[in-house]
Every structure is written in structure tokens, then in C-alpha cells.
Design a protein around this ligand. Structure first.
Ligand code: AMO
Length: 444
């Protein structure tokens, strides 16, 4: 009888080629491109993270070319790894082909060209329609490799800082963030919602694990077609108990971002280079109060303000530029947002209850995070809900946190696509969403 022992052979990656110089190896991938020269051919193989130059020539073996091979054929290449130094004398490895085993043939050729450095002349909507294949383009797939690195950095940093990873329901009994942008569902005859954020659950779990985090989809019924809103996005949330003030949250986020960028620089360099990313460096992040920021917008930038409780996108951009010009920082914390515009769980400033102990983080002039201290006192929370006309009895399970004792606590939500978009310099958040959901799109 066959038995399975769980031992999996390591696949040889391009980065390992230096250890196999002048040795014959086998590896698998796709035929990415074939370039025929006069007496040999370049056969470029696309592996899961690289494109590898292989050379087919009668000089290297007596293998005869299989005429069925076309672009996007899955193959197993066997060949000798050789070092062909580049013009600067840097190591550059290629493979002299000894054999190509055809593993699978495509039924048709693709409707778009994916084997150039980037998708040339392909509109965003076409690239999105064809996501399963447009992502095979090296630059397109690099975006989501970087995104993987961001989420990985978020998880690693928080784990190192004693946070517990949680998984909270996405079908919920009430919205946490208020407003009309909530999807309603029929749940066996009962009205329920798609979660706008894990807010209630992460707070409840502070009462259990003290420090918690989650990386998961959330849903917003945004009715407008904007360049920075999705109807489903990945929210990276954390929540921590026993804080001294909401500045603890901002400090944790600053450390977190430093960690993420260090990890990207270290382990995602090839993608950053391919995408020509300008990596931010963080030493300290400047902080400005909301009212002072509004003041700057009126008095320094001479802009007419229409909304006194929140920023217009253009105002955020001006603030981003101001932080860059004055502090050489790509980031800016804005604190003490007006209570009116913050959800019911936000803690008001005891010194001025018109504003909250909360913050947003702007990255290159776009909001990527909201966070702050939460109300932990039961009576204070109930009163704020009543003042807002909420039905307190509907939030009984959430309020168990407060009723049975909650420590001073706070946290934040960081939009993964927003961070990716601004890091990579995209003007539209859809470029940073693998399978975006917007008002006009639910496929693929
Ligand atoms: P907020 O609603 O501000 O706060 O969301 C937090 C962060 O999520 C991102 N974001 C979005 N990204 C893409 N499309 C959208 N429609 C969208 N909406 C929001 C932004 C934003 O900064 N519970 C609080 C967080 C907290 O206080 O812990 C919340 O969800 O990057």
C-alpha cells in the first residue's frame, strides 16, 4: 500500500540558480515568450515569481523542438544553469536547454499580450475583465505580490507584539460605522447586513485577548463611482487594551508601517524594482489637529471650505503636500476629528466633547487609516447611543463588553488597497484590488 509521509521536495527557484551553476536542473513554468534568432532561440519561462531566460540550441543537446509548443504551454525544462555576466559584470543566470517536457497545452491563444513588461494598450476595464490572465503579466502580478508583503508585514509585526489573530463574522446584525452605505440581506426572512467593519467584535475580543487583529473583507454600499472607493475591500484592523491614550495606537501604527516597508525592501525587492516604487522612509510622522489643518487650508492655501466636519479629497492632498514640504514626510496624522462625523463608539475628548480622541493617517495625501480611542464606560456609551437616537437594546451583545468591564482601549482600520494604491502611485484603487467590486462590477 502507498503511504504519504508529508515530505515535499523543494522546488528550485531562480534565486537558487547561483547554487547550481554548471549543473543540470529541472524546473516547471509557462512558455512566456519565444524569440527565434538565426541559429538558436531564446525561450523565456515564466515561473511563479520570475521570468527565466533559457536557450534552445543544437549546440547544447540533441533535444528536438516539440512543434506543439506555443506561448502559455506548461512545461518542465531540464537544462544546465550557466552564468552569463551582464555588461556590469553582475551575475546573471540562464539555462541551456537539454529537454522540454510538455505538461499541458492551451486550447487557444490569449486575447491580450501578457508577455511584454507591462500590459500595453490595455484599458483598465479590459484588464479587469480578463483578470485571471491579465494577472499573468509580470508587472500586474507584482502589484499583488507587494500587497501580499504588506498584509504579511501587518500580521508579522502584530504577532511579534503579542496580538492574537481573530476571525469575525461577515454576516452581522447591525452596522458599526453608521451611514447609508450598508448592504442589507434577507437571511431566512430576517434582515441582516454585510459587515462594514469588524469594529464590534474586535472591541469585544479586547475583553478576552487584550490585543487582537484581523485581515478580512468588509463591505460598503458606496453608491458612487470614485477612484478610491470599493464596495468590498480588505480591512486590516487591530485593537488593543490598557492604552494610556490614543497616541499609543498611533505609535503602534508607526512601528507597524516601518516594519512593513522594511520587509518589502528586504523580501519584495524584485517586485519593487519592476514597479519602480518610490519607497517611503519613516523616522517620525508629523501630527496635526483637525481644526489646525482646516485653518491651514483656509489661511495658507486660501481654499473655501464647505464641510467643516471632514476633509474633501482635495484638502487631504493639500495636507499631504504640506507634510512633504515642511517635514519631508509622506505621512501625516490628523487628530481630534469632530464628534459629529465619528461613529458612536468614538471617545470624546474630555477637554472638548465636540471632538474625539481619534485620528486619520494620510499617506501621500490620501486617507489610509482611521483609528482612535473607544468609549469603555458602559453608562457613557449608552448615553452617547441614546443621544444619537440609537436603539440601545439592539446592541446588547456588543454592550456586554462595557457592562461587564472593559479596559481603556482603541484601535484602527487600515485599508489594504488604499495603502497599496498610494505606495505604488496608482490614481485608481481598482489597480490595487485583485478582483475589484464596484458599483458596475461583480465579475470576474
Ligand atoms: P473607516 O470607515 O474610516 O473606519 O475605514 C478605515 C479605512 O478603510 C479604508 N476604506 C476604504 N477602502 C476602499 N474602499 C472603501 N469604500 C473604503 N472605505 C474605507 C480606508 C479607511 O481609512 N472601524 C473603523 C476603523 C477603526 O476605528 O478601527 C473604520 O472602519 O483606508
Amino acid at each position: 500500500m502507498d503511504k504519504i509521509n508529508g515530505i515535499v521536495n523543494k522546488v528550485i527557484e531562480f534565486d537558487d540558480f547561483k547554487d547550481y551553476e554548471n549543473q543540470v536542473i529541472s524546473f516547471t513554468g509557462y512558455i512566456h515568450r519565444i524569440r527565434e534568432m538565426s541559429d538558436f532561440s531564446f525561450v523565456i519561462i515564466r515561473t511563479k515569481r520570475d521570468v527565466i531566460q533559457c536557450i534552445y540550441s543544437k549546440e547544447f543537446s540533441d533535444y528536438t523542438w516539440d512543434e506543439r509548443i506555443v506561448e502559455n504551454t506548461s512545461v518542465k525544462i531540464t537544462g544546465k544553469v550557466v552564468n552569463s555576466k551582464d555588461a556590469q559584470g553582475n551575475d546573471r543566470f540562464e539555462v541551456q536547454i537539454h529537454n522540454i517536457e510538455v505538461l499541458s497545452l492551451p486550447a487557444e491563444q490569449m486575447p491580450i499580450v501578457i508577455n511584454k513588461k507591462q500590459l500595453d494598450n490595455v484599458q483598465l476595464s479590459t484588464a479587469l475583465d480578463l483578470r485571471p490572465i491579465s494577472l499573468r503579466n509580470p508587472k500586474e502580478r507584482a502589484v499583488f505580490k507587494v500587497q501580499e508583503g504588506i498584509a504579511r508585514g501587518f500580521r508579522e509585526f502584530l504577532q511579534k507584539n503579542d496580538f492574537t489573530e481573530i476571525r469575525t463574522p461577515k454576516i452581522v446584525f447591525a452596522g458599526a460605522e453608521g451611514g447609508a452605505n450598508i448592504f442589507k440581506l434577507d437571511y431566512f426572512g430576517k434582515p441582516v447586513y454585510l459587515t462594514q467593519s469588524p469594529q464590534f467584535y474586535k472591541q469585544e475580543l479586547v475583553g478576552v485577548y487584550e490585543r487582537v487583529f484581523e485581515i478580512a473583507p468588509v463591505f460598503r454600499a458606496e453608491h458612487h463611482d470614485t477612484s478610491r472607493h470599493l464596495n468590498e475591500y480588505i480591512s486590516m484592523d487591530f485593537e488593543m487594551g490598557f492604552i494610556d491614550s490614543f497616541y499609543d495606537i498611533m505609535n503602534m501604527e508607526t512601528g507597524l508601517l516601518k516594519y512593513i516597508f522594511e520587509l518589502l525592501n528586504k523580501e519584495y525587492k524584485k517586485e519593487l524594482d519592476l514597479l519602480k516604487v518610490q519607497m517611503p522612509t519613516i523616522t517620525e510622522i508629523p501630527v496635526i489637529k483637525f481644526m489646525d489643518a482646516k485653518d491651514l487650508i483656509v489661511n495658507k492655501f486660501k481654499k473655501h471650505i464647505t464641510d467643516f466636519n471632514d476633509f474633501e479629497p482635495e484638502e487631504e492632498q493639500l495636507l499631504g503636500k504640506w507634510a512633504k514640504d515642511n517635514y519631508n514626510s509622506d505621512f501625516l496624522f490628523v487628530t481630534h476629528y469632530p464628534s459629529k462625523k465619528r461613529p458612536f463608539y468614538a471617545m470624546d475628548d474630555p477637554e472638548n466633547p465636540e471632538v474625539t480622541l481619534s485620528f486619520d493617517l494620510l499617506f501621500r495625501g490620501v486617507e489610509i487609516t482611521t483609528g482612535g480611542q473607544r468609549i469603555h464606560d458602559y453608562n457613557m456609551q449608552v448615553k452617547k447611543m441614546q443621544d444619537r437616537g440609537m436603539k440601545v437594546e439592539e446592541f446588547e451583545t456588543y454592550l456586554m463588553l462595557h457592562k461587564y468591564g472593559a479596559p481603556p482601549h482603541g484601535g484602527l482600520g487600515l485599508g489594504l488597497e488604499r495603502l497599496t494604491m498610494n505606495l505604488l502611485g496608482f490614481k485608481n484603487v481598482r489597480y490595487a484590488s485583485m478582483f475589484p467590486r464596484d458599483i458596475n462590477r461583480v465579475t470576474p
